[in-house]
Ligand binder design. Structure first.
Ligand code: ARG
Ligand code: ZN
Length: 850
C-alpha cells in the first residue's frame, strides 16, 4: 500500500486535539487475513482547543460501519484518516474496521510473527488498527476484549475476565494509543512475582514460544532488579497487579514499553549461557530495565507530541545507564557508552542527518528514533545532573513525578522542575535541546609561578539544521595530577557558558598535568595540546578511570594516524603504557580489556576527515591490522599468562566479575591468535561450554583464515536456534577480509536460512556488512551496490528497517570523489524506485542533500 504524500510536520504548529476521550472500548475478532476491530469511544469537546475539526487517523483500514450515538454516519475518508460532522456535545463514536495482519509486513500496527498476533504502535501504528486520534497527548482509559482461538490472549492492564477464546482487559491508567498492545498466540509463561515497597503483589510473566522456556530466567531476574532499583533510587513503584513481557521474533527494534505488556524482540530478552554472550546478557538486562523504567518516564508521564521524544527516551536511557552503572562497573559502563556515542551519535551529529535532541520538523517520525534523541538526549540529562548536583537532581525528578503524573509533557516542563528546585535560569542550557551539532572544545594552558590558567574555546560547526549555533553551557570536569602521579586537585566542575572563557587554579607548587573532561562530562570533541609524555603520564596515573582510558585511546589514535599519513611504525611509548595498565592486577579485568581496544576504522575515517584528509579504507584497515600485530608481538610474553589467568573455570555466571574476566582473556586471545597460529583459539573452541567462549574462539578462527571447519560445526550445532544463527551469519561478515566481504555477504544471502523478511536476520547480514568499513567501502563500489539492491528489495515490505539502514550512507562525503560518485549513483537509483516509502525517501533525501 502506498504511503500518503510526504508532508513536513512542525513543532511550531502544535495545537491540542479538539476533543477529550472519556473511555475507549475495543473488541477484536482475530483472523489472520480478516481481523475485525470494533471501537466504541466516548468523546466530548475539549474546552481548551480552538480547532474542533473531528479528524481521526486511519491507514490501510477497511471501514465497515460508523455510528455516532447509535446513528449510522458516512465519514469522509482520505489516505490519512477520516473527518465527520459531530455534535457540539458529548457523543459516542462507534466504528468497525477490517484489517489484514498477515499482509502487514511493515511490522507496525497488528501483525503476525510465527503464527502469533502482536502489535507495535509507537509512534503512529495504532492508526493501522482502527480510526483514532493517534497522538500522544490524547490519553484515555482502555477496555479491550479479544476473541481468538489461542490459549494466550493479552492486552494492557489487568485481566477482567477470561473464558475459552475470549479475554477482557482493563487498563485503569489513562494512556496514549501508542502504548496500546495486543498479543495472541500459543505461548508459554515463565512466571515470577514481585512485592512493591508499599506491599502490592505483582504477578510477572515472560511469555515465549514453546521451546524457549529455558531462556527466561535471566530476563525475569533483571525485571525484578529493575523494579527494586526504581523504588530505591527514584522512589517509583509499579502500579498494576500484573506485568507481562512477550518475546517476538519479528520486530523492528529492541523492545516496546506498552503499559503492563512490554513487547520485546526475542534477541532483547531470551538468554541462556549456551546461546548468549556476556554482551547479550548485559544488553538484555539494560533493555529490560529501560522498558520497565518507561512505566514512569514515558507512560505515567508521556510526551505532548513526538518532537518531545527525548523527554521520555533521553531520560529513560539515562536511567538505564545509571542502573547498569550501579549493578555493574560505573567506569566500564561510562567508557562503553562513550565508545557507542562516538560510533553512532557523532557521525549523525556531524553529517547530513544532524538534528537537535528536540527536532523542529520531521516527515516520518520513525526516522527520529536516533542516537541523537536517545544517547545525546541522555548525555544532556547527565550534564544537567552535574551542573545542579545529585541532591537537586533527585529533588527535581521527584517534583517532575509529583507535578506531571498523568500528563503529556514537554521539555519546558522538564526544565522547569529544575529551575523551580534550584532557582537557576536554564534558558541557555535549553540550547542543548534546540541545536544540532557536536561542539568542539579546545583548551590551552598558561603557567605562571604556581598559577595555572586554562583558556577554553568552544565552537559548534554549523549544519543545515542549525546554521548559526550559539555557545552551549558546558560542565567541564577537571582534576590535576602532579609529576609524581598524585592528584593535587580533585575533580572540579567548571561551568563554561561563553565562546571563550578562562579558569584559574592558584597556589600550586609545581606545574601539574591537567586531566580535562573527566568522565566525559560533556558530549564534545576536545582538543588539548598535551605532549605524548604527559598523556602517557595520565595513562599511568590519572585517578579518573575514564580519562585514563581516554589518554590511551588518544595515543592509539595518534599512533594510527601517523601510520596512515606518514607510514610510521606503531608508537612504542603507547605500547609500553598500555602494557603497564593491562599487567596491573589491581585493576578490574573488564577495564583492562577496554584498554586493549583500538579506535574503530570508521572513527579513524572521521578523525582523518575532520583534519582535512581523505580517508582511504584500505590503508586504515592495514594500519589497524599492523597495530594489532605489533601489540601481539610486543606483549608476546605477557599474553599467555593474561589469557590463562583470566579464563573462568567456575560455572558460568553472566555477572560483571566473570564477564570482565572473560572480556580480558578473550581480548588477550585475539592478540595471541596472531602469534600462536590460532592454537589457543582452536582449543577454546573445542572446549567451550558457553556462547561467549565459543563465539570469541570462532571469531578468531575466522579472522585467522582457519575457520571453515568451525563455521560448519557451529552451523550443525545451532541450525535450529534462530538467535544463535543470527550470530553465525553476522560473525562471518564481521570477520571477513575487506576484499572478500561482499562475496561472503552474497553467499550468505543465498543460504536457505537467510530469511530476509525477518529484521534480525536481515540486520545480521546486511547490517553487519554496512558496519564493515573496508568491505562496504570497497573501491569497486560492489559494497554500495549490494546494500542498495537489498534496500530496494526490503523497502516495499518493511520501510522502517530499510530506512534505518540507509544511515550506512550518511558518511559518504568523507570519502574520495570516486567513492562519492559511486554512492551517489546508488542513492539516486534507490530514490528513483516507484512507490519508495516515505521513511526511505526522507532518509535518502536528507543524506543525499541538494
Ligand atoms: N519506545 C521504544 C523504546 O523503548 C522504541 C520504539 C521505537 N519505535 C520506532 N518506531 N522506531 O525505546
Ligand atoms: Zn525507550
Amino acid at each position: 500500500m502506498r504511503d500518503a504524500a510526504p508532508q513536513t510536520i512542525y513543532l511550531a504548529d502544535y495545537t491540542p486535539f479538539g476533543f477529550i476521550i472519556d473511555s475507549v472500548s475495543l473488541h477484536f475478532d482475530l483472523d489472520p487475513r480478516k481481523t475485525r476491530v470494533k471501537s466504541r469511544i466516548a468523546f466530548r469537546p475539549n474546552p481548551d482547543a480552538t480547532d474542533n475539526t473531528f479528524f481521526l487517523h486511519g491507514e490501510n483500514l477497511n471501514l465497515i460501519s460508523a455510528m455516532i450515538d447509535g446513528t449510522p454516519v458516512t465519514p469522509k475518508l482520505t489516505e490519512a484518516g477520516l473527518t465527520c460532522d459531530v455534535p457540539d456535545a458529548p457523543f459516542v463514536w462507534e466504528a468497525e474496521v477490517e484489517i489484514d495482519p498477515t499482509g502487514n509486513t511493515a511490522l507496525e500496527g497488528l501483525y503476525m510473527s510465527n503464527g502469533m498476533y502482536c502489535t507495535q504502535c509507537e509512534a503512529e501504528g495504532f492508526r493501522k488498527i482502527t480510526y483514532y486520534p493517534d497522538r500522544p497527548d490524547v490519553m484515555a482509559v482502555f477496555t479491550v476484549t479479544i476473541n481468538g482461538p489461542h490459549p494466550v490472549l493479552l492486552s494492557n492492564g489487568n485481566p477482567v475476565s477470561a473464558a475459552e477464546h475470549v479475554a477482557e482487559w482493563h487498563d485503569p491508567w489513562p494512556k496514549p494509543s501508542y502504548l496500546f498492545a495486543l498479543v495472541a498466540g500459543d505461548l508459554v509463561a515463565h512466571p515470577g512475582s514481585f512485592t512493591t515497597k508499599s506491599g502490592r503483589d505483582v504477578a510477572l510473566n515472560l511469555y515465549v514460544r514453546p521451546g524457549d522456556e529455558g531462556k527466561c530466567a535471566f530476563g525475569m531476574q533483571a525485571l525484578k532488579e529493575s523494579m527494586k532499583w526504581d523504588e530505591d533510587v527514584y522512589g517509583r513503584e509499579y502500579d498494576l497487579d500484573l506485568f507481562n513481557i512477550v518475546a517476538v521474533d519479528d520486530f523492528n527494534m529492541g523492545a516496546m514499553e506498552n503499559k503492563g505488556l512490554n513487547v520485546f524482540n526475542s534477541s532483547a530478552v531470551l538468554a541462556s549461557p549456551e546461546t548468549s554472550t556476556d554482551m547479550n546478557f548485559e544488553r538484555i538486562e539494560a533493555i529490560i530495565a529501560h522498558e520497565y523504567f518507561h512505566n514512569w518516564t514515558g507512560n505515567r508521564i508521556t510526551c505532548r507530541d513526538w518532537f518531545q521524544l527525548c523527554l521520555k527516551e533521553g531520560l529513560t536511557v539515562f536511567r538505564d545507564s545509571q542502573f547498569t552503572s550501579d549493578i555493574r562497573s560505573a567506569s566500564v559502563k561510562r567508557i562503553s557508552d562513550v565508545i557507542d556515542l562516538r560510533a553512532r551519535q557523532f557521525p549523525e551529529d556531524q553529517g547530513p542527518l544532524a538534528h537537535p535532541v528536540r527536532p523542529e520538523s520531521f516527515q516520518e517520525i520513525n526516522n527520529f528514533y536516533t542516537a541523537t534523541i536517545y544517547e545525546k538526549g541522555a548525555e544532556v540529562i547527565g550534564m544537567l545532573k552535574l551542573l545542579v548536583g545529585d541532591d537537586a537532581y533527585a529533588k527535581a525528578a521527584t517534583l517532575y513525578f509529583d507535578r506531571h503524573d498523568g500528563q503529556a509533557c514537554t521539555i519546558e516542563d522538564w526544565l522547569r522542575v529544575f529551575e523551580d528546585t534550584t532557582g537557576r535560569d536554564l534558558t541557555q542550557f535549553k540550547r542543548w535541546y534546540g541545536q544540532a551539532g557536536t561542539p568542539h572544545l579546545s583548551v590551552t594552558e598558561a603557567w605562571d609561578h604556581g598559577k595555572l590558567t586554562l583558556h577554553f574555546k568552544q565552537h559548534t560547526p554549523p549544519s543545515a539544521a542549525t546554521p548559526d549555533p550559539q555557545p552551549q553551557v558546558l560542565p567541564i570536569a577537571v582534576g590535576l595530577i602532579d609529576q609524581d602521579g598524585d592528584e593535587v586537585e580533585e575533580t572540579n566542575i567548571l561551568e563554561m557558558t561563553q565562546a571563550e572563557q578562562s579558569f584559574v587554579f592558584d597556589n600550586l607548587g609545581t606545574r601539574p598535568i591537567v586531566s580535562i573532561l573527566r568522565g566525559f562530562s560533556a558530549p564534545v570533541v576536545l582538543t588539548q595540546d598535551l605532549s605524548d609524555a604527559d598523556r602517557a603520564h595520565l595513562l599511568a596515573y590519572d585517578t579518573d578511570p575514564f580519562n585514563r582510558w581516554e589518554q590511551g585511546r588518544i595515543l592509539a589514535r595518534s599512533s594510527l594516524m601517523a601510520m596512515i599519513l606518514e607510514g610510521k611504525k606503531p608508537n612504542k611509548d603507547w605500547l609500553k603504557g598500555i602494557r603497564a595498565v593491562i599487567s596491573d592486577e589491581h585493576l578490574d579485568p573488564a577495564y583492562r580489556a577496554l584498554m586493549l581496544g583500538l579506535p574503530s576504522q570508521s572513527d579513524l575515517a572521521r578523525a582523518l576527515a575532520e583534519d582535512g584528509h581523505t580517508p582511504d579504507p584500505d590503508i586504515i584497515y592495514a594500519a589497524v591490522e599492523a597495530t594489532r600485530a605489533a601489540m601481539a608481538k610486543s606483549y608476546a610474553n605477557l599474553l599467555p599468562t593474561l589469557y590463562r589467568r583470566h579464563t573462568v573455570s567456575e560455572d558460568y555466571e553472566p555477572d560483571a566479575i566473570q564477564s570482565g574476566k572473560r572480556a580480558l582473556s578473550n581480548a588477550a586471545l585475539s592478540l595471541l591468535t596472531r602469534i600462536d597460529d590460532a592454537a589457543a583459539a582452536q582449543k577454546q573452541y573445542d572446549a567451550a561450554d558457553n556462547m561467549t567462549q565459543q563465539l570469541s574462539a570462532l571469531a578468531n578462527l575466522i579472522h585467522a583464515g582457519k575457520g571453515s571447519k568451525a563455521v560448519q560445526a557451529f552451523e550443525a550445532q545451532w541450525k535450529d536456534d534462530r538467535l544463535v544463527m543470527d550470530k553465525w551469519f553476522g560473525l562471518q561478515v564481521m570477520e571477513a577480509d575487506p576484499e572478500e566481504a561482499h562475496e561472503v555477504v552474497e553467499t550468505l544471502t543465498k543460504h536457505a536460512d537467510f530469511n530476509w523478511k525477518n529484521p534480525n536476520r536481515f540486520r545480521s547480514v546486511l547490517g553487519a556488512f554496512a558496519a564493515h568499513h573496508g568491505g562496504f567501502h570497497h573501491a569497486s563500489g560492489a559494497g554500495y551496490r549490494l546494500l542498495a539492491d537489498w534496500l530496494i528489495k526490503l523497502d516495499p515490505l518493511n520501510p522502517q528497517t530499510t530506512a534505518r539502514m540507509c544511515s550506512a550512507f550518511q558518511t559518504w562525503k568523507r570519502y574520495d570523489a570516486d567513492r562519492q560518485a559511486l554512492i551517489k549513483t546508488e542513492l539516486d537509483r534507490i530514490l528513483a524506485q516507484p512507490d519508495l516509502s516515505r521513511d526511505t525517501t526522507e532518509m535518502l533525501t536528507r543524506i543525499r542533500g541538494a
